[in-house]
Design a protein around this ligand. Structure first.
Ligand code: ZN
Length: 134
């Protein structure tokens, strides 16, 4: 079951420039930073009243973020919903006709498993489902 909005992912070219911009917008926010090897990205995230914003930069050319920025430039990349059971929810949305990018969940930031639905089946919005690693 999909239970909540978990985070919003934003593709950025330079993580330090993006952090500086969000600090000037929101004040002295604290960032949690990590490298997510499965996606070849550096993630810097912060929360506004419980909703997490993830600034995501490519760490090499194999990253989907590098390809995204090359095609479309920086900007809103995906929205992520928290799932109570990723395998069941992926089977369910697949059965409903949505196209999965990840048939099997991959490791994401914040100790989560994540899987993406293809934007061609979701009105051009890249949707991620995520659940804490058990
Ligand atoms: Zn995400």
């Amino acid at each position: 079951m999909i239970e909540a909005l978990d985070h919003v992912g934003i593709a950025v070219a330079n993580i330090e420039d993006a952090k500086a911009m969000y600090r000037s917008l929101f004040g002295d926010i604290t960032f949690h930073e990590e490298i997510v090897e499965s996606q070849h990205v550096h993630v810097a995230s912060f929360s506004i009243n419980g909703v997490r914003i993830e600034l995501t930069a490519a760490i090499n050319e194999h990253s989907p973020i590098a390809q995204f920025i090359e095609k479309r430039g920086e900007g809103l990349h995906h929205i992520a919903f928290r799932s109570t059971g990723l395998e069941n929810d992926l089977a369910d949305v697949s059965q409903k006709g949505f196209t999965l990018i990840n048939n099997i969940p991959v490791p994401g930031a914040h100790n989560m498993h994540v899987a993406f639905l293809h934007p061609k089946s979701t009105g051009k919005v890249l949707i991620e489902l995520c659940a804490p690693k058990s």
